[in-house]
Design a protein around this ligand. Sequence first.
Ligand SMILES: *Cc1c(COP(=O)(O)O)cnc(C)c1O
Length: 390
Amino acid sequence: MNSAPISAPVTHNFLPEQYARTNQLHPNHNYLRAQFSDYPEIFRKLERLVIEGDFTLGRAVDEFEERIRGITGSKYCVGVGSGTDALFLSLKAAGVGPGDEVITTPYTFFATVGSIVTAGARPVFADIREDFNIDPERIEAAITPRTKAIMPVHWSGLPCEMDAIMDLAGRHGLFVVEDACHALKAEYRGRPAGSFGLTGCFSLHPLKNLNVWGDGGFLVTDSEEMHRQLVLLRNHGLLNRNECAVFAYNSRLDSLQAIVANHLLDKIDHITERRIANSLRLDELLADLPEVRLPVRPEAVRQVHHLYCLRVDRRDDLQRFLVESGIDAKIHYPIPMHLQPAAREFGYRAGDFPAAEQAAAEELSLPVHEFVADHELEQMAGLVRKFYRA
Ligand SMILES: *Cc1c(COP(=O)(O)O)cnc(C)c1O
């Protein structure tokens, strides 16, 4: 049996307290006040929305989808309610359901696995490599006659080994749904993350690299058939006002959120470049510490650093020290998916995915978003050095 402790039941919305606890830390992983400091400009755009009133699937959504097609080079983009819905609806549109297996990584955010389980399929895990991403060789070993799809996650904005993954998907007749929620503008051998699979799925959650004022997401695809299915599934299966082709869901990208996303899209190159530059600077500042393993930097990829993930000795003590020193050092995440209380029904145990378990015990994230200044990078690195010398 897996040994995950079960906490007390949730009886209230715990997010306001969680934010209140960490928001005084600086630098913080939450930088939204700075990012939207030009909100009066956005308000003016929203004023037009209120006057025109096209709140659901309005023109701003079309414009956003068009701009994303330009970024990923995909034929189609479909704005949806969240990154989770992008994953879930991709599986549904591709016909995944009960009795099917989807192979993914045990080292991810809950939504990856949630989308598989809520689609009715069984999540089958394949362990990760040093770079935190799923190991293509282990995917191959996990394939069974029930396997329908592979869902790789480009963790922290580092693209997975897509040549190997697409090759084995092709050989075994599987399709690939990319969880690219960390990976907008990331590239693998010059090609955008999210553009390899049957679909590539992205999140616009407030703490993702391109973010909005609430929830939002989108997916890209080159498949005309998937596009046709997905525009139905996100909007009640409607062919037009009076005819429904299939009873379905309501998962639309709000026009309001599309307006915010379009506003930020003007800055996405700056956002991405600052994250990369800040990450490389931290690499430099921490390079000589034997207690710290820097992010793996494979050739021929563009790693966009939604997160900056170190592996460190005495992780929990270092995190405590940094937080006590005012730094928002975080763990993404301390419990891998197969050891979650939710995973009990799938019968995994501690020891099943040792690389993911080791990552969960060693990982530490430092903020590298576009508002972290050079002196703050030096301050964070200085504190890490101080901790290990003490
Ligand atoms: C954030 C995230 C999601 C889900 O995105 P939401 O928009 O919050 O639903 C899925 N997968 C990964 C890896 C994520 O980090």
